[in-house]
Design a protein around this ligand. Structure first.
Ligand SMILES: Nc1ncnc2c1ncn2[C@@H]1O[C@H](COP(=O)(O)OP(=O)(O)OP(=O)(O)O)[C@@H](O)[C@H]1O
Ligand SMILES: [Mg+2]
Length: 286
């Protein structure tokens, strides 16, 4: 993304400490400065407890920084009067689709956030039908959401965010509970929205292959941002990833083993295709 694109989310030196009964001694996130620009697809990775969910909730004003500031399109999240606009601009998709579906039919569920925007009912209907078509949900509009598959439920949740015409979609391990076909359908839908409508995405994931497909990968460890760079740089940096208990993509891990066994593979192999092509060209040149 060019440096000229407008900034959607800006975290400035943000700390967050959970307080109350479960008060933690160390902050859940600490000293985070981070920017998400219009149209960017950012993957957020890190071990369990490293602060990923906390950071997403700070971006969406579900949590307010203990120190520092989060700005969404220039508006600080401490600004309570602007919460509806902040949440419209940055919609959130959670790991468990059951926790975010609220209505009795898919149609009502997709329209739920729109009801508070005081739009004419024709406009609501139009947006719901468009979002349902985009996410392949037309045939399910009259169904009760709790009877859908996990992947279908996640697509309903995404449609509910899409009708709000967001600038950014924040996703917290949206494919963690899905089978490979459900994962593929959800990711394909989000990538399409990103490509065709320029919606920015912040995607928390434990799947290296998902992170490898982003424009940028940010790594959290113990509440701190330890690296923020291209997937080619971050996801091939095995010593750091392994230190944190994370892994590279299958291609990165295999390429590393093959290099140790003496195969002169080029650096920064990230995707399966690149590994296969590199091995074939070694074979042809031998
Ligand atoms: N509601 C809470 N009250 C107190 N502490 C919390 C709360 N939620 C999270 N924490 C703590 O904050 C830290 C960061 O948690 P967070 O859920 O943001 O991590 P995460 O990176 O999303 O982990 P995971 O990969 O397991 O989802 C952890 O130490 C966690 O124990
Ligand atoms: Mg989490």
């Amino acid at each position: 993304m060019s440096g000229q694109s407008s900034i959607i989310i800006e975290a400035k030196n943000v700390d967050f400490l959970y307080s109350g009964e479960w008060e933690t001694v160390t902050p859940a996130v600490s000293g985070i400065s981070f920017t998400v620009r219009q149209g960017e697809y950012v993957a957020l990775v890190g071990p369990n407890g490293s602060g990923k969910t906390t950071l997403l909730k700070l971006f969406n004003a579900l949590l307010i920084p203990s120190a520092g500031e989060v700005l969404v399109k220039g508006i600080s999240t401490v600004n309570e009067g602007m919460l509806p606009e902040i949440r419209r601009s940055c919609g959130m998709i959670f790991q468990n689709p059951d926790n975010q579906l609220v209505a009795t039919t898919v149609e009502e569920d997709i329209a739920f956030g729109l009801e508070n925007l005081a739009l004419p009912s024709e406009e609501i209907k139009k947006r719901v039908l468009e979002a349902a078509a985009t996410l392949g949900l037309e045939k399910l509009l009259k169904h009760p959401p709790h009877l859908l598959s996990g992947g279908e439920k996640q697509r309903v949740a995404i449609a509910g965010v899409l009708v709000m015409e967001p600038d950014c979609i924040l996703m917290d391990e949206p494919t963690a509970m899905l089978d490979p076909a459900g994962r593929h359908a959800v990711l394909e839908a989000v990538q399409q929205l990103h490509r065709e409508r320029g919606i920015a995405v912040v995607h928390v994931t434990h799947f290296p292959e998902e992170a490898a497909g982003a424009d940028r990968v940010a790594v959290l460890s113990e509440g701190r941002l330890v690296v923020d760079g291209s997937p080619e740089d971050v996801m091939t940096g095995l010593p750091l990833l392994h230190d944190l208990g994370l892994r590279g993509t299958t291609a990165v891990e295999l390429a590393s083993m093959l290099r140790q066994d003496g195969y002169p593979l080029p650096p920064k192999i990230l995707h399966d295709r690149e590994l296969v092509d590199s091995l074939c060209s070694l074979e042809q040149n031998s």
